[in-house]
Design a protein around this ligand. Sequence first.
Ligand code: FES
Length: 111
Amino acid sequence: CSSQTTPVSRDWQTVGTSAELDKTGQLLAKNSPAGPVLVVGTSKGANLTAVNPTCTHAGCTVGWKAEAKKFACPCHGSEYGVDGKVLKGPATEALKTYAAKIEGNSVVVKP
Ligand code: FES
């Protein structure tokens, strides 16, 4: 079998630089090619977390609470785990998550 697949996936979208991410441990890209993305972690950490930070309740932008390791919505208090699952309502649906990784000096995500 020698079907040729392109080694470079074009699905990965750059949302910022690793320097930006490392500065605060999070990176919010409101208008990335993949839509709004919030990446949490550092370029040195093994696992990056990326979600669509649009609250599933009424569309506010959730923030990352590093100490509590969860996403919290400023509008009506919904909370989501690092995996996007709802921890506390009124939201009932999980945040959309993305795969994320560092590529060179860029942070890239895949919807
Ligand atoms: Fe997030 Fe209502 S919009 S809790």
